[in-house]
Design a binder for this molecule. Structure first.
Ligand code: SF4
Length: 194
């Protein structure tokens, strides 16, 4: 970000926000000036995370400033991507969804809901009405992608949905513990088989 024309450096401000990347929802202290993020660290006053964040929280700075980040709606045309405004994009998407469902049935539209959608206030408020309007049975989530097969395999193999890792000599359970915003993996020996 270039310096203002009057030569003054932009004043640094601090925003306190919540990381929506995962369910820990850590408190963030974001220092920024002139639209540029200078640092992201854990908010020590946050009741839940108490100053702790994981590397993904820090990396939000890179996501924010990334050159490939999509910052406005784009429509694919025969000549490439063209920028459109939000009203036009939403009207276009709504018209196409309606046309697809009219022609192929409600289940022709699939929906995916996952991190960070379900940890953000806007989607949390609007997702219900959208899903109710679509009335499709094809609804997928982060759980249906990578958790349910894992749990089903554990149920079939060990009789319980907890993630269980078998080793040749021992049976171990990996317990995912979320403490103060830092995800820790605690390895707990529960049964010796030798
Ligand atoms: S654990 Fe990491 S990704 Fe999850 S909310 Fe905290 S900082 Fe964000």
């Amino acid at each position: 970000m270039s310096a203002p024309a009057n030569g003054h450096k932009p004043q640094e401000e601090v925003h306190f926000r919540t990381c929506t990347v995962c369910e820990a929802m850590c408190g963030l202290e974001i220092r920024h000036a002139g639209g540029e993020v200078r640092s992201i660290r854990g908010d020590e006053q946050d009741e839940f995370s108490r100053g702790h964040i994981c590397p993904e929280g820090n990396a939000l700075q890179d996501v924010h400033a990334g050159p490939d980040r999509i910052r406005h709606p784009l429509r694919r045309t025969a000549d490439g991507w063209e920028r459109v405004d939000w009203d036009e994009a939403l009207d276009d998407i709504a018209a196409r969804l309606i046309a697809i469902q009219r022609e192929h049935g409600r289940d022709a539209v699939g929906v995916y809901v996952g991190n960070p959608t379900v940890h953000h206030l806007g989607p949390m408020l609007m997702l219900g009405p959208l899903l109710a309007a679509l009335r499709t049975r094809n609804r997928y989530s982060a759980t249906s992608l990578d958790q349910l097969p894992h749990m089903l395999a554990a149920v079939k193999l060990f009789g319980h949905g907890l993630p269980v890792v078998m080793e040749q000599e021992r049976t171990l359970i990996w317990r995912r513990v979320c403490q103060g915003g830092r995800l820790k993996f605690r390895r707990e020996l529960v049964a010796e088989t030798v």
